[in-house]
Structure formats: structure tokens, C-alpha cells
Design a protein around this ligand. Structure first.
Ligand SMILES: *Cc1c(COP(=O)(O)O)cnc(C)c1O
Length: 345
């Protein structure tokens, strides 16, 4: 059923595909995959994967087997890898699904061998100290005879181009690539792609840049996720009137206010209270007072004629809004709620 007054999330799949093509130009000949974990960064993993596959993407990454299972069939020739590898109790599902585990501990490698082996990926830690074999484990013979599709590592500070850990990780990974036989080698996330061709190896694993995030200073991607909400009520504030919980905003002058049917339950962060904005055509309509669970008041004094029931955009430009709310761009996307009517363009 379609509920017209729900807030609307529009996902521009053409913008997503254009971001993927842009990353291809930056990746120095490496294949460009896509991280579609966390339900495609909140935008719908199946829809995102379908659009990227139509653009030519052939390598997809999720975090868990539950995510792999709910994805449905990928197009012919596309591969899926599960970044958390195979944890205890997961071998049956891992053997049943057409996805490769990214094995990341010696126990996972041993369990995969015991279960019969087959194509797999391996993660090696070169300095983030999150998931992965140590370089010493990777060259110890532990991986001998494995059907190793892709050897991965992951950068800790790719969004800080001047951080010396980037080059240290790149050099450590290049040294491993010379010693561990695999069909492909992959190091870079979105920000890593922007570090230069030396970080591309055979395959890159961008996520946030595909979805419109700015992965590195100066590298602006096309916005993919757009939020809209309806005006539930229009009201006039007189000087001295306050608005919202805590009465944190008091009108200094007469104001025309629209109360929108969207709030922090939909993933518009409470931290945007007083600093975020709605968009009425070209007019920026500042948020007034606190963002509440289901409602946000905005100043529409500068907007043209508006009526109750009209739709306004919510500024969701990821780099700008993340800075305003003091949140990661990733959190904005993965925090989107479940109340939206979703539209895929
Ligand atoms: C999430 C993830 C990515 C994608 O990172 P972005 O910063 O979104 O580009 C790449 N590789 C691994 C291992 C990840 O966990």
C-alpha cells in the first residue's frame, strides 16, 4: 500500500551509476567493485546492486551472510564476497550461498579448508588492526593451496591523504602481493581510490563515494539520496513566540513556519536542530528549534506560496550535512529510517 503522507526517499540510480563510472576513471585501470553492506548504505542493496551491475560493476561486498542471503540473485558474471568471513555456526549457509567468504582469521581459514575449500578471499591486516591475518600469518604457509580469488587489505586513514600510514600500508600490501599467490589484489575503499593509481591494484571496493559522499577533500560526487516531507501544518509566529520541545527558538520577528512530517525517527539527526534546512525550490528554509521524532519546523518566510500538503526537500547533501551535524557521512545514510516511501529513479 502507498501512504502519500509518509516522507519520501528518492534514490537516483543514474547518479549512482555516474559515480561508479567516475571512480572507474580515477581507479587507474583497476576493476571497480561496490560495498553494498548495511542494505546498500541504507538505500536498498538489491536496487543499488542491480543498477551498478547494469553499469558494468561485477564485484559486490556485504558484511554478513544474512545480507548475502537477502540480496537475491546477482546478474550472471557478478561475484559477491562476505567481509566478515565465516564465523562459528555459519559454515552451512556459507557453503549454500553463491558468495565467497573473506576469511580473516587462521581459524576461519582452517574451517574453510575442513569444509572442503573452494573459491574464497582473504583479508590481511596491514595496519588498521580491525579484521585480517597478520602479514606473517599470510606468508606462513597457512594459505598454501587455497583457491584464493582476491587478497584484500584495508586502509585506516585514506581520507587523510597526508597520513604516512597510507604509504606504509600500500608498501606492506605490495610486498605481500609479491609473496601470496591470488588471482587479484584489492586495497582501496572510496578514499583510497582518490589516493592515486598506486593504490588501485586489481580491484577497488568503494562504498560511500558511490552513494554521494565526498571521500576526499575536493572530490565531490553526485548526490544520490534525496529526502522530502510534506507540510502537515503552516503557522505564523509572532515576535516572542517559541517553537518546539524545550522552546529553544524564539521568533525575533513575525515568521511563517511550516511543520514537516519528518524527524529523527526517519534519520534526520537531532544534531541538525537549528542548523539544518529544508528546500523549497531554490529557497533554503532553516530548521527552527529542535528536530523531534516525527516533525521538524522550518522557516518558510523566504519561500514562495506554500500550502499544507505541499512537499519540501530536506537538505541531505552528505558532506555539508555531516559537517553541520558533526556526524560521519556514513552515519547519515545508514541512519535513514524505515518509514519512507521509496522511489528509485
Ligand atoms: C565498508 C568497506 C569498504 C567501503 O568503504 P568506503 O569508505 O565506504 O568506500 C571497503 N572495504 C571494506 C573492507 C569495508 O569494510
Amino acid at each position: 500500500m502507498h501512504f502519500p503522507a509518509n516522507p519520501r526517499l528518492t534514490v537516483d540510480l543514474a547518479a549512482l551509476a555516474s559515480n561508479w563510472t567516475r571512480l572507474q576513471l580515477l581507479a587507474g585501470g583497476a576493476a571497480v567493485g561496490a560495498a553494498i553492506k548495511a542494505d546498500g548504505y541504507g538505500l536498498g542493496a538489491a536496487e543499488v546492486a542491480g543498477a551498478l551491475a547494469r553499469a558494468g560493476c561485477r564485484d559486490f561486498f556485504v558484511a554478513t551472510w544474512a545480507e548475502a542471503a537477502s540480496l537475491g540473485a546477482l546478474p550472471q558474471g557478478a561475484g559477491l564476497a562476505v567481509l566478515h568471513g565465516v564465523q562459528p555456526g555459519e559454515m552451512r549457509i556459507a557453503r549454500a550461498l553463491p558468495a565467497r567468504p573473506v576469511l580473516c582469521t587462521p581459524a576461519q581459514v582452517a574451517a574453510w579448508r575442513n569444509a572442503g575449500g573452494g573459491a574464497c578471499d582473504v583479508m590481511v591486516d596491514t595496519g588498521i588492526n580491525r579484521l585480517g591475518l597478520s602479514p606473517a600469518e599470510a606468508v606462513s604457509g597457512l594459505l598454501d593451496g587455497l583457491d584464493l580469488d582476491t587478497l584484500h587489505s584495508h586502509l585506516a586513514c585514506a581520507d587523510e591523504p597526508a597520513n604516512p600510514l597510507n604509504e606504509a600500508q600500500r608498501a606492506a600490501f605490495a610486498a605481500l602481493a609479491a609473496r601470496v599467490p591470488a588471482r587479484r589484489y584489492a586495497l582501496a575503499n572510496s578514499a583510497g581510490v582518490a589516493l592515486g593509481a598506486g593504490y588501485g591494484f586489481d580491484l577497488v571496493r568503494p562504498g560511500i563515494a558511490l552513494y554521494g559522499g565526498r571521500p576526499a577533500p575536493g572530490l565531490d560526487m553526485a548526490q544520490v539520496a534525496f529526502l522530502e516531507a510534506r507540510i502537515v501544518q503552516l503557522r505564523n509566529l509572532e515576535p516572542g513566540d517559541s517553537i518546539g520541545y524545550g522552546a529553544t527558538f524564539t521568533a525575533p520577528a513575525p515568521l511563517r513556519v511550516a511543520v514537516l512530517g519528518i524527524g529523527y525517527a526517519d534519520g534526520v539527526p537531532r544534531a541538525l536542530s537549528g542548523v539544518g534546512a529544508a528546500l523549497a525550490g531554490n529557497a533554503r528554509c532553516p530548521m527552527l528549534g529542535r528536530v523531534s521524532m516525527d516533525l521538524i519546523a522550518v522557516d518558510v518566510s523566504a519561500a514562495g506560496r506554500l500550502a499544507e500538503g505541499d512537499w519540501l526537500g530536506i537538505d541531505f547533501d552528505l558532506p555539508r550535512v555531516a559537517a553541520l551535524a558533526n556526524l560521519a557521512q556514513y552515519e547519515l545514510l545508514t541512519g535513514l529510517g524505515h518509514r519512507y516511501s521509496r522511489v528509485y529513479l
